[in-house]
Design a protein around this ligand. Structure first.
Ligand SMILES: Nc1ncnc2c1ncn2[C@@H]1O[C@H](COP(=O)(O)OP(=O)(O)OP(=O)(O)O)[C@@H](O)[C@H]1O
Ligand SMILES: [Mg+2]
Length: 391
């Protein structure tokens, strides 16, 4: 039997999260791409081997699913450093952007050539033929508009090729990706599945399954509030907002730069400063420990208030809601502020995830559960249909 490998991929506006196979491999990439030319300068070819491939993704993508074919891109960390880097625009449709596909194909290609890969994909010379059973998602809004089926057919219909150009370790490799199956789930529903079911879709949270719940997913560029009722997402009630945490992190970074003359490398560094256990909200300025609490407090409290208003609004329209779960990277950053606001204001029944990773990987975990279950059923059907051997 040809082996098709499971891939669960959450193409977040801020970063892509992917889980593979029997959970043995995962990939996290900033969702940033930049168009490039073939011969990007490298310092020396020897240097390529010692570097982490994830920091030097340079590829050409060939796929009929793309609007612009055969374009060369820098992807992830490498693209971040480029001056023509493009990040997804909050108003855009994930299912219709080349960027979404480029990110998705990159992650799959990295897995296909990676050493954690346990699948036995056919390899001839530098070419790997990879087959995946994919579980992924789209914002509820796009699923409502019926864009999921077009997205699925684009993926299913053809072979997509990723060629690694000047990428450490993988330079010269080509991966042909085809899909045995593609399942596209609505994001809010997926989060619910992850809350109530384990990896075999057994119910792990009996208390929760029949409750009316809200799931507020605060991402990098967007916030989605899913309304769950009768074990299903209520399509009409769910809402998406173009309000994420990235802008506030950027504002903090900028203010630290102007006020203290200290340059942070990335938003991730800002997250580190505001969430770490020791020395939280402090930086070193010319060798002295300096508080930046005034800056972070003001900017994050402001965002927390906006998020709280969204919650209040949706709760008002769904008055029989029993609990709201906050997920996504933004929830980690805003947790204390939202809790304090809630204590002083409406006192809604709200909850957060203690485990940061659980909060951020919520969608990817859910897609994994759903698609792994789907694949098990499919294989079982195949087994059942096999003619019984008689000798
Ligand atoms: N522990 C953490 N690790 C990584 N990022 C974090 C962490 N805590 C907070 N963040 C921040 O949370 C933000 C949102 O991350 P998340 O992965 O939820 O967004 P996303 O799903 O990619 O975006 P969207 O939901 O808008 O599509 C990022 O800006 C990130 O910097
Ligand atoms: Mg997200």
């Amino acid at each position: 039997m040809t082996s098709s490998r499971i891939a669960a991929v959450d193409v977040g506006n801020d970063s892509l999260k992917a889980i593979f196979g029997k959970l043995e491999a995962e990939i996290n990439l900033p969702n940033v791409i930049a168009r490039d030319i073939e011969d990007r300068p490298v310092i020396g070819i020897e240097e390529l081997d010692s570097k982490n491939p994830l920091d030097g993704i340079h590829i050409r993508v060939h796929s009929p699913a793309l609007k612009e074919n055969n374009v060369i891109y820098r992807v992830g960390n490498l693209a971040t450093k480029s001056d023509n880097a493009s990040e997804l625009d909050p108003g855009s449709s994930k299912s219709e952007e080349d960027q979404t596909l480029v990110m998705l194909f990159t992650a799959l290609a990295l897995d296909a050539v990676g050493e954690n890969n346990t699948a036995e994909f056919k390899k001839s010379g530098n070419v790997v033929d990879a087959s995946y059973t994919l579980g992924t998602g789209l914002p509820l809004r796009e699923v409502k508009e019926g864009k999921d089926s077009g997205y699925r057919s684009k993926l299913m219909g053809s072979v997509h090729q990723v060629e690694f150009l000047i990428t450490p370790k993988y330079q010269g490799m080509k991966v042909n990706i085809k899909f045995e199956e593609v399942k596209v789930y609505p994001e809010g529903f997926a989060a619910y599945i992850n809350l109530v079911m384990d990896n075999h879709l057994n119910i792990i949270n009996k208390d929760l399954i029949d409750k009316r719940i809200l799931i507020q997913d605060i991402g990098g560029l967007s916030t989605d509030i899913a309304v769950i009722k009768d074990r299903n997402v209520d399509d009409d009630k769910a809402q998406g907002f173009n309000l994420g945490v990235s802008e506030s992190l950027e504002a903090i970074r900028e203010e630290i730069r102007t006020k203290h003359g200290v340059e942070m490398d990335s938003r991730r560094d800002v997250v580190e400063i505001i969430t770490r256990k020791n020395n939280r909200n402090h930086i070193m300025v010319k060798g002295s420990r300096t508080s930046v609490h005034d800056i972070t407090d003001r900017i994050l409290l402001d965002l927390a208030k906006k998020q709280y208003r969204l919650l209040r609004n949706v709760w008002q329209k769904n008055s029989q809601t029993e609990i709201c779960y906050f997920v996504g990277g933004g929830s980690i950053v805003l947790k204390d502020y939202i809790k304090t606001l809630n204590n002083n204001l409406d006192g809604f029944n709200i909850d957060f995830f203690e485990d940061e990773k659980e909060s951020i990987w919520m969608m990817a975990n859910a897609y994994y559960k759903l698609v792994a279950d789907h694949s098990r059923r499919l294989n079982k059907d195949k087994q059942d249909k096999k003619p019984v051997k008689t000798n």
